[in-house]
Design a protein around this ligand. Sequence first.
Ligand SMILES: C[S@@+](CC[C@H](N)C(=O)[O-])C[C@H]1O[C@@H](n2cnc3c(N)ncnc32)[C@H](O)[C@@H]1O
Length: 295
Amino acid sequence: MSIECLVQKELYFFPNPFQVRGKDFVVSPFRYPGGKFYALKHILPFLLPVDHDEYREPFLGGGNVFFALPKVEFNWLNDLEQDLMETYSVIADRRLSKKLLDLVVSEEASKERHLVVKNMVPKNRLERAFKTYYLNRTSYCGIINKPAWGYKDGKSSPPPNWGKFITMAGEKLQDVKLSSADFEDVIKAPAKGRSVLMYVDPPYFHADQKRAYTKSFATEDHYRLAEVLKETEYLFCLSYDDCPEIRELYNWAEIHSMSWLYNTANCKGSARKEGDELIITNYRITDYPKDFLFN
Ligand SMILES: C[S@@+](CC[C@H](N)C(=O)[O-])C[C@H]1O[C@@H](n2cnc3c(N)ncnc32)[C@H](O)[C@@H]1O
């Protein structure tokens, strides 16, 4: 079965993302602009059938895809956003993670407290992680770059739940390499395993990302990414907004048109927009084991 055929037939197989629960499935500890939680049911069918023992995500963000996938032997997660990656490293550190958990579960999610935390000057890794995590959970769309109050009573996840997210993510992050570098370093680095698979989720080509991320991604970066991916010997699955520029840049690869709901820096409260998306791969899936993940 070709992947095009598979996508048409199986796309709506999983009515909501909470049913995407396979081996090692964990919910991301972060809310994240451009996060792919609601797109998991579309993205995972392109990754699950691929045999690999090394996994890399050069644009991690909230890491929804890594946290949903079964974990393989070697894993490398990266994002240029330093505060985010440092928070992941604290979550992965058993001793510090417990301290972070103790700090967040007794927190109060209020506009006044948000302002106090925003003005804090952290003195160490733990305090920086606390500040980043608190602001992520209480800010509009999870934006930690110039955060604005965005927590909604009854809709947003309350502080006692934050501890559970930290514990589950911390377990999955054991023995995972974490870095805060430019994507090119991650994509070009020598392999540790026999077969490398990368999920690549850069900022969209046409998106107002100045608000969402601290590090902006310029037009040259999109071209640089395409060059690096064209050269790579590793397997990759890339997600992008559907536009002529990206279709042209990747006309040498497999391009699949998709549509899913997403969060953007423009999202209002819990509203999500439906957009036209592309999944681009440098491989073709010919057989899809239906019972591989969903049980
Ligand atoms: C679309 S988001 C990733 C979302 C993620 N897949 C999720 O599910 O939450 C893109 C990420 O790329 C990061 N980024 C921007 N420029 C980068 C660069 N040159 N190298 C690595 N990461 C970069 C941003 O900080 C942002 O977190």
